[in-house]
Design a protein around this ligand. Structure first.
Ligand SMILES: Nc1ncnc2c1ncn2[C@@H]1O[C@H](COP(=O)(O)OP(=O)(O)O)[C@@H](O)[C@H]1O
Ligand SMILES: [Mg+2]
Length: 416
């Protein structure tokens, strides 16, 4: 249209009608053959042959003098018609250019139907694909969930599969497996503890029962009854001691157990007290006990009751595992600001294999000997726990046949 207008603006003032027609013919052969120009008096300035032949509708529109773009259909073909008024040299014209858009319309129609068909297909495809993809992406998570659900107290040793890729899921599986390791080891400890506890408790209880049954089987003299009752008493004392120890350990295991309140305590006084308390036992076992304590108070942060228990446990062992005539030496020292309490004996000693295990619950180096020695193998595990509560170290040095030395090293305190 711009080309036609430009051509007319140039040509109309200087060309005759016949020459203008020629010019139009040339133009129409170049830019499309549907061109018609009407002058304001109603006469046609130019009508291309195709316009006359194929598009009577265009004539109608042109006659209606409607400027703008219209679409019209004729003989099964669709045209887009642009009508524009034009004024050149005081004369008015109406220029009309049309284009056959049937192919385009057909294409548009086909495209419309194709889109209508493809959109649902694409939606279905995308949803199915998305579902499949998310299913694939979440498959490892689902596997972890299923596996985690299947793990319980009976199969605590199962672990989640760890993927090869070092991604977040790999980390998640490893973290959960680490957690399972910790739970399993605590669970095993608890199980071992309760197994050992019931086993250890069964022995004195069955001894008490057998002694009583035997005594009651027939009429006996008072002396036999007294002996039986005495045995029963000794075994019950052992049992209640053991139950007491088990309770201490069970409480120490409970995570809600608060830390011991540690107060300024004179450890020298506690050691002196304990040595006095064990004096009857050292004497009865013909042991000499050398006690080397400072005369002035030695203050540490601690719990007097538990410290006494700790010392008695160590002293009890020193007495129990010594030969008659042996010597026990208890000393308190201040070394480089820290306070150490050492209990040395000249007893049976502990072998190298046993040494790392003596702090374990129910561990006894010599089970046969310990049986009549009344120990259940819980003493040192309680001692270790009490030392831990005081942030103290419990160290042992020993050689078989030579004797043992247990040292409790309390940390330095700044306030005294
Ligand atoms: N002073 C010691 N001399 C020799 N062996 C010792 C001494 N103290 C502890 N032991 C060994 O360590 C084991 C664990 O001690 P403990 O936990 O107190 O249990 P228990 O005294 O009930 O046997 C003892 O059974 C013993 O074999
Ligand atoms: Mg003991």
């Amino acid at each position: 249209m711009d080309a036609v207008t430009a051509m007319m603006q140039v040509s109309v003032p200087k060309l005759s009608l016949a020459e203008l027609e020629d010019e139009f013919r040339e133009q129409s052969s170049l830019g499309g053959d549907l061109i018609q120009v009407k002058s304001s008096d109603g006469g046609w300035v130019f009508r291309s042959p195709s316009t006359q032949q194929f598009a009577p509708e265009l004539v109608k529109i042109a006659s209606a003098d409607q400027p703008g773009v219209h679409e019209t259909e004729t003989k099964g073909k669709r045209y887009r018609v642009l009508t524009q008024p034009l004024e050149i040299g005081g004369r008015k014209y109406l220029v009309q250019v049309a284009a056959n858009i049937s192919d385009f319309a057909e294409l548009q129609r086909k495209f419309f139907w194709l889109t209508m068909l493809l959109i649902p297909l694409m939606i279905v495809g995308a949803s199915t694909g998305g579902y499949w993809l998310s299913g694939r992406a979440f498959k490892p998570v689902t596997t972890i969930i299923e596996k985690a659900r299947s793990i319980n107290a009976t199969n605590l040793s199962s672990r989640l599969a760890v993927s090869g890729n070092k991604d977040e899921l790999h980390k998640l599986s490893e973290t959960l497996n680490g957690m399972l390791d910790r739970i399993e080891s605590s669970f095993k400890k608890v199980q071992q503890f309760s197994d050992d506890a019931s086993h250890e408790l069964r022995t004195p209880i069955s001894l008490i029962r057998t002694t009583a049954e035997l005594a009651l089987r027939r009429e006996r003299d008072p002396e036999t009854y007294r002996t039986a009752l005495n045995e029963i008493l000794i075994e019950s004392e052992k049992t209640s001691e053991m139950i007491e120890s088990l309770l201490v350990l069970a409480r120490s295991d409970a995570s809600s157990q608060p830390q011991l309140p540690l107060l300024k305590t004179d450890i020298a006084a506690i050691v002196r007290d304990c040595c006095n308390k064990v004096a009857p036992f050292t004497q009865s076992r013909e042991l000499s006990h050398v006690v080397d304590l400072p005369s002035t108070p030695t203050v540490i942060l601690g719990d007097a009751k538990f410290l006494e228990r700790l010392l008695l446990l160590i002293l009890d062992n020193a007495i129990k595992y010594s030969h008659p005539g042996g010597q026990i030496r208890t000393k308190l020292e201040r070394i480089a600001g820290s306070v150490t309490v050492t209990v040395e004996d000249t007893g049976i000693g502990i072998s190298e294999e046993d040494l790392p295990r003596i702090f374990e619950r129910f561990y006894r180096a010599d089970k046969a000997r310990s049986r009549d020695g009344a120990g259940a193998g819980l003493g040192l595990s309680i001692a270790k726990w009490i030392a831990d509560m005081h942030h103290a170290e419990l160290l042992v040095a020993s050689s078989v046949g030579q004797g043992s030395s247990f040292t409790i090293r309390f940390p330095q305190i700044s306030v005294e």
